[in-house]
Design a protein around this ligand. Structure first.
Ligand SMILES: Cc1ncc(COP(=O)(O)O)c(C=O)c1O
Length: 439
């Protein structure tokens, strides 16, 4: 029985529901209506993101056997809806307890054999980590590094692929450390032109469900993501989709997978069984998180706004945040607006101001943003997430709240600096130019 079906049959107060220990069919609709998460600061880091009451309520499902007839179709539905999110008909999803990092491990352990070559495109911090993971499993890794704020050019990719045979090319669709959005379609086109058999893996931890992705149309071989960003679910689920080509490469490997927990030999039969409505076991799935994921995926793939409309809403939220930042004189890390993410914004601190001037003030106003992450410049910028319900449910007013708090924070921080300068050097006229000179 699917969660959506059972939810429509339920009634009664939340306490009754929470004390009851049987199947999802007794969960009460009025319980969902009564459930409200406690007041909290607005979480607008680039993941984890704000999670809806509905999804959190689904997470609070009574504990269930992972092989019960009620739970099996819930996981089966999640597998099917995951295909919808990345727009593939035949891709094979793997939904496994773990974080986004487990996606790298799965790729390294199942698609690369020790001694094989992998090319990692680097548009920020997460390229280094993906490369390190591949090396841990014995791959020979080369990295193509773009300057901070840029994506690797198609010319550089073509040149590298022309010089050496690579089993795998990986890229970070949105690098969460820089907010750089790589052109996934163009990258795969380049690979297919120069080295058609090279597998292409897209790290979509910070892009799936926020940035447009068409796995089949673009011919991507592997997409990895995690539950806690665009997919609007608490952290703890590694989500990977492998193409038919990737599964063939996996089946024809000469050595066995180099991980036990992450082995597709173990997980493929489990995914296939649940999708066909049968129980199976290798390691216990995160049952409650799967209920939460089901609630979020149902909203994303089966309700209004549609997936295409959601992408547009993310673009709209992004435009609003970026326009407001520009108005305030803040510059973005991405060097070219065409390569800037829609689910997050990375902004340099203005001259004279630093994390200590901005982040605690925002927290005081109830807004939690993230500091910098790219090792070379991490103290010089900060990051704002606008994914999931923050971008899609305009009535929440999240983007407006962020924009307002940012404006107030910058004004307060600048006024404080001006006061400090006045105290030190004597009063000066408070105009913009003077402020700049003083900072
Ligand atoms: C682009 C990208 N890849 C991989 C990861 C690793 O995911 P996790 O922290 O869930 O292990 C992250 C985390 O933020 C990420 O942003």
């Amino acid at each position: 029985m699917s969660l959506l079906l059972s939810v429509s049959q339920i009634r009664g107060p939340i306490l009754t529901q929470l004390r009851s220990s049987t199947s999802i069919s007794i969960r009460k609709m009025s319980s969902i209506e009564q459930f409200r998460q406690s007041p909290h600061k607005l979480l607008v880091i680039p993941g984890p993101i704000e999670v809806s009451d509905e999804v959190l309520f689904a997470n609070a499902h009574p504990s269930m056997s992972h092989v019960s007839p009620d739970f099996i179709p819930v996981l089966g539905d999640c597998i099917r809806m995951t295909r919808t999110v990345v727009d593939t008909a035949k891709g094979q999803p793997f939904l496994i307890a773990g974080s986004g990092t487990l996606g790298w491990d799965q790729i390294a352990a199942n698609l690369v054999e020790p001694g094989e070559n992998a090319l990692v495109l680097h548009s920020g911090y997460f390229g280094d980590s993906f490369a390190e993971c591949l090396e841990t499993y014995g791959a020979n890794v080369d990295q193509l590094k773009a300057e901070i704020g840029a994506a690797v050019s198609q010319e550089a990719i073509a040149e590298a692929l022309g010089k050496k045979k690579y089993k795998l090319l990986t890229f970070t669709h949105v690098d969460t450390s820089t907010a750089v959005l790589s052109d996934a379609k163009a990258i795969v086109e380049t690979v297919r032109r120069v080295s058609p058999e090279t597998l292409v893996a897209l790290d979509g931890v910070c892009s799936v469900a926020s940035e447009e992705i068409h796995m089949d149309q673009w011919d991507v071989d592997v997409i990895i993501t995690a539950s806690q960003k665009g997919l609007g679910t608490p952290p703890g689920l590694s989500i990977l989709v492998a193409s038919v080509r990737a599964m063939q490469v996996f089946s024809s490997r000469k050595s066995r997978p180099t991980s036990y927990y992450g082995s597709w030999k173990k997980w493929l039969p489990v995914m296939q069984a649940y999708e066909s409505g049968k129980p199976s076991y290798f390691a216990t799935p995160p049952v409650n998180l799967i209920y939460a994921f089901h609630a979020s995926l149902s909203k994303i793939t089966k309700s209004s706004p549609s997936l295409a409309e959601r992408y547009e809403l993310h673009r709209d939220a992004s435009r609003r945040v970026k326009a407001a930042a520009q108005e305030l004189g803040l510059k973005q890390l991405p060097l070219d607006p065409a390569f800037a993410a829609n689910g997050m914004t990375a902004l340099w601190y203005p001259d004279g101001l630093s994390a200590g001037d901005i982040l605690p003030r925002l927290v005081k106003k109830g807004i939690v943003v993230a500091g910098g992450l790219h090792v070379d410049v991490k103290d010089k910028y900060f990051r704002i997430g606008h994914m999931g319900i923050t971008a899609v449910e305009k009535s929440r007013g999240d983007v407006d709240a962020v924009v307002k708090a940012l404006g107030e924070t910058l004004a307060e921080a600048a006024a404080e600096k001006l006061k400090q300068a006045n105290d030190r050097f004597g009063p000066l006229k408070d105009n913009g130019l003077m402020m700049k000179a003083r900072l």
